[in-house]
Design a protein around this ligand. Sequence first.
Ligand code: ATP
Length: 348
Amino acid sequence: MTFLTISRLEKSFGANRVVKDFNLEVEKGEFISLLGPSGCGKTTVLRMVAGFELPSAGRITIAGKDVSRLRPNHRNIGMVFQAYALFPNLTVAQNVGFGLKVKGAPAREIAARVAEMLALIGLPEMGERYPYQLSGGQQQRVALARALAPKPQVLLLDEPLSALDAKVRVSLRNEIRAIQRELGITTIFVTHDQEEALSMSDRIVVMHQGVADQVGTPFDIYNRPATRFVAGFVGTLNTLTAQVIDPASGHVRVGGSDLVLGRALPGGEVVLGLRPEMLRLGAEPGMASLTGTITELDFLGSVIRLRLDLGDQRLAVDLFNTTRATPPRVGDSVTLALDPADALVIGA
Ligand code: ATP
């Protein structure tokens, strides 16, 4: 059953329409990411769900109840922000217990819940510390515990990892997801980091200029992008112009190579999107092939990144490193195999 629904949501600041006809249905316990570039409106959507902004139009319901016009403290929502928003003059335990204290919960109940939350975030001994005595990652875990302590119906995370260094970010990513799963709490996570969105989410909403371009699983968003924007924003994509030789069979010519995509295409020219990791060195039976000359080669350890000249176009290719094959060299003329089903047609 749909737990949280956002329908026809709109937000304008003056003449600036920053959220346009935004629709989303979230299942109970789902982890949803709003992913998009800076300024696309993802924070504004989150702030409307939280109640910090009122919609210009549209409706938000949680557990069947219209909350669109409720104050934030009446929505039963927990929120974690990008910057550490802990109260600096309160201890960790007081921070975590804050929401319950405001609600007038008895001291014994607060203490028990605080202990439970500190254990959940892996900081059971840190209740008496002050925020300045914690690392950035620890502070964000405390912020998470504070948001979860009052048992909210929905957890909202506004780029909670972006101020942390890379290593902490990855470990906290996994921790947040594990805690979210354990509690089964419905979560909306705002990020501009595609790797975060791909690795953490049940589903991703890719936003672009106030519009949800695509809603789908990480697998779908990456492998079956619905728009050219999604294809280019999530992952690396080569875009190649191809001349259509036979629209019915999808026979195209790209930089001197002939590919048969096996699906109908419009006539004239199309734009193909090829992910670098979808090409392999050498011809393969049943596969399409492209030929070109290697102009650059970066050995990155697990991956060998090539740049190829296809005549009139360039192509980036990622090969898996293997000790069994001799790596190619700059200047080599090579053939690459491609499953025609992997080629995206992203424009005509
Ligand atoms: P970022 O990742 O940079 O935060 P975002 O996708 O979250 O980007 P929003 O913060 O939602 O984007 O902002 C969307 C647009 O709305 C931006 O153009 C921003 O300048 C504008 N905006 C946001 N809040 C206000 C406000 N209170 N008054 C006027 N304009 C605003």
